[in-house]
Each structure stands twice: as structure tokens, then as C-alpha cells.
Ligand binder design. Structure first.
Ligand code: AMP
Length: 370
């Protein structure tokens, strides 16, 4: 199956090809055609399955078809955390690069003045955490009367975090004639009940959760102080028996910094992330595939498109804050029965992230001493 077969328009196909995805993931294949037809949806899928693109791509396409000259919000995405809001916004930026749709993420914990100014300039797609959104609604900063498509992302986490009342209140402000997409990683009865109150005649889709890591991957963790990480990375990468290593950083800036620092230590690498041009990404990938560089530094989003048959080594310079991303990252090695190694660094601030990862994969990652 190709993205083209899903009837996706050319500007989005170009953006998908630029980010390097070759085929749709299971959830994308199953949801995109229905969403494009305007159906409501209940999707049971975790982060790491490609779920964000499964709603972002058809939303962009639908809104683009009926482009509006008015400065009105036409799609609202509700998500429980600031990190997810930022990630989803980043996804819209990537797939919508060649369209003229405006999108914005709003979340709490930062001053709202700038967000209000951005809202006033006009936004087609608003991605928000419920608390901040409700604040803005109460201050009459938002008009939802033109919203056509609503997404509830990670509904089970919203329930856990006590957001359900807020969500229900927000939904009362949105026209009932709308398309609603409801996503949750798990589907206990109370979540299912909530879903059925919100959607109409939905398609129901479940994709297999990725909770188990391949047995062929040898995993280990180093507890390391922040200041010592670079030296440890250097020591590990110096070992020439590692033919290729994919190193994960959390941010674009962090990835670029690593490239520079490693170069100053004599290890030449390249980074791929959302700010790099397509040519720069392709060059980096080709250099990596053709063994001109042994080390490639990537952020989660950019790494989505990397498909390299022989990748023996993945290194998490920083642990991801979404545990599913850990499974996704290390799943890039140890494919097709080949032994892979996944090494992770964990500093004091990331102990909580490590606990979440170990809970998800169901075992304690062996600790190495540096
Ligand atoms: P998500 O489940 O939306 O958090 O996506 C998890 C990861 O998969 C992200 O790094 C995406 O960039 C990546 N991704 C999404 N769709 C695809 C695809 N069709 N092919 C390869 N990677 C993808």
C-alpha cells in the first residue's frame, strides 16, 4: 500500500516524501480513507503507531479542499499534555508544508499573551490542552462556531488527568454538526462510554499496541551526570566495532549541538531533523547508508522515515518522554532476527521517564557502569 493509493493530494504526498515515509502505517492505512469520507472514528492506538499522521494528514486535506478566507478555527485537536501538543503541531507543520493552512498549539505553563496574539492573527487548526483552552474560552478569546473537525487525542490519559469535565464543557461550545475523531491507547468501559457520547455512527479501529520490545535487541542503560554524557558518548562511539549508530536527541538544537561537539572530538556525524532541507536530509541519510559517516543524529519525528536494513546500534543520548517512543526508537535495530544493541543514557532528571519506559516494556533494563 502506498500513500498515493489513499487518495492523498499532491502537496501532502510531497511533504510525506520529504520526511521520508515510504508506506502508511497500519493505523494510517485503516483510518485515512474513512476520515476523508467525513466519518467519525474511535481509534484504539498508542503513540508510536503513526496515529498523529493518521488524523493530521486527512484533516489538512479536508480543510484544504474547502479553503476559507475567514480567519476562523475549523479544526480543534485536544490532547492531554504540552509535549503532545507541541509534537502534534510539529506534525501539522511537516505534512502541511506545501499548503496554506495555519496551525497553532496552545497550552498552559506559559504566558497566554503571545498565544492570544497568534490566535487573533487567524488559525485554521488549533491544538490545545484542555485547561488552557478553557481559560481562553472563559475569557471569550475563542470562537468555535466554525469548527468542523474535532480530535480527542489520548482520551484515556485525559481521563486519568481529570480533564474529562473540561473536555465535555469545551465540546458544548462546538457545533454538533461536526466530524469527531476519538483516539485512546486503551479502551476501558468508561472511555468507551465517553466515546459513544461524543461520536456519531463511528468507524472503530484498533491497532496492535507496541508494548513488547523485540527479543533480539540487547538493551542497557547508563546512569550518567548531564555533564558527563558527551564524554561517555565519545567513548562508546570510538569503538570501531560499532559499524553504524543512530543517536537520538530530544530537540533539533540538541542534535545540532551534538554534531558540532563530536566533530571537535574527531567523530564526524550528521543530524536529521525537521529544520533541515530535504537535500540535507537525503545527503545525511545517503552518507550514513554508504558508510561515509558511522553516526547519524536524529530527533524522533525525523527518524520516522529512516529505513536502514542493517542498523546494529541505537543510542538514546536523551530518553524520550513518551515511553512508546522508546519502543519505536529501539525497534529500528534488531530487525529480521539480526542482533541489535540499544544503549540509553539516563540522568537524574530522566528517572521518571525511565520508570515509565520500564513499566511499558515490562522489565528492568540492565544497568551498565561507565
Ligand atoms: P506517532 O504515533 O504519531 O507518535 O508517530 C510515531 C513516529 O512514527 C513518529 O516519529 C512519526 O514521525 C513516525 N511515522 C508516522 N508515520 C510514519 C510512516 N508512515 N512511516 C514511517 N514513520 C512514520
Amino acid at each position: 500500500m502506498s500513500f498515493k493509493k489513499l487518495n492523498i493530494i499532491q502537496p501532502i504526498l510531497e511533504a510525506i516524501s520529504k520526511v521520508g515515509y515510504q508506506t502508511p502505517t497500519a493505523i494510517q492505512e485503516q483510518t485515512i480513507p474513512h476520515i476523508l469520507q467525513g466519518r467519525d472514528l474511535i481509534g484504539c492506538a498508542q503513540t508510536g503507531t503513526g496515529k498523529t499522521a493518521s488524523f493530521a494528514i486527512p484533516i489538512l486535506q479536508l480543510l484544504n479542499q474547502k479553503s476559507s478566507s475567514k480567519k476562523v478555527i475549523r479544526s480543534l485537536i485536544l490532547t492531554p499534555t504540552r509535549e503532545l501538543a507541541i509534537q502534534i503541531n510539529e506534525n501539522f507543520k511537516i505534512y502541511g508544508e506545501f499548503l496554506r493552512l495555519r496551525h497553532l498549539a496552545v497550552f498552559g505553563g506559559v504566558p497566554q499573551k503571545k498565544q492570544v496574539a497568534q490566535l487573533n492573527r487567524g488559525v485554521d487548526i488549533l491544538i490545545a490542552t484542555p485547561g488552557r483552552l478553557l481559560d481562553l474560552l472563559n475569557q471569550h478569546c475563542l470562537d468555535f462556531s466554525h469548527v468542523e473537525i474535532v480530535v480527542l487525542d489520548e482520551a484515556d490519559r485525559m481521563l486519568d488527568m481529570g480533564f474529562v469535565k473540561d473536555v465535555k464543557k469545551i465540546l458544548t461550545k462546538i457545533p454538533s454538526k461536526r466530524q469527531t475523531l476519538f483516539f485512546s491507547a486503551t479502551m476501558p468501559i468508561e472511555i468507551k462510554k465517553l466515546a459513544l457520547q461524543i461520536v456519531r455512527n463511528p468507524i472503530e479501529i484498533t491497532v496492535t499496541p507496541i508494548s513488547s520490545t523485540a527479543r533480539t535487541i540487547k538493551q542497557s542503560i547508563y546512569f550518567v551526570e548531564k555533564e558527563e554524557k558527551l564524554n561517555l558518548l565519545f567513548t562508546i562511539l570510538k569503538d570501531k566495532s560499532i559499524k553504524r549508530s543512530l543517536v537520538f536527541a530530544r530537540t533539533k538544537h540538541g542534535a545540532d549541538k551534538l554534531v558540532k561537539k563530536l566533530a571537535s572530538m574527531g567523530i564526524y556525524t550528521a543530524a536529521i531533523h525537521g529544520n533541515k532541507s530535504q537535500n540535507a536530509r537525503l545527503k545525511a541519510l545517503n552518507d550514513f547508508k554508504n558508510n561515509r559517516i558511522r553516526v547519524l543524529i536524529a530527533t524522533d519525528i525525523a527518524a520516522g522515515g529512516i529505513d536502514i536494513a542493517e542498523l546494529p546500534h541505537v543510542l538514546n543520548y536523551e530518553l524520550p518522554n513518551e515511553p512508546e517512543s522508546y519502543v519505536h526508537r529501539i525497534g529500528r535495530t534488531g530487525r529480521a532476527g539480526v542482533q541489535g544493541t540499544a544503549v540509553s543514557f539516563c540522568d537524574e532528571d530522566q528517572l521518571k521517564d525511565l520508570k515509565k519506559i520500564e513499566k511499558l516494556i515490562g522489565f528492568t533494563i540492565p544497568v551498565m557502569s561507565s
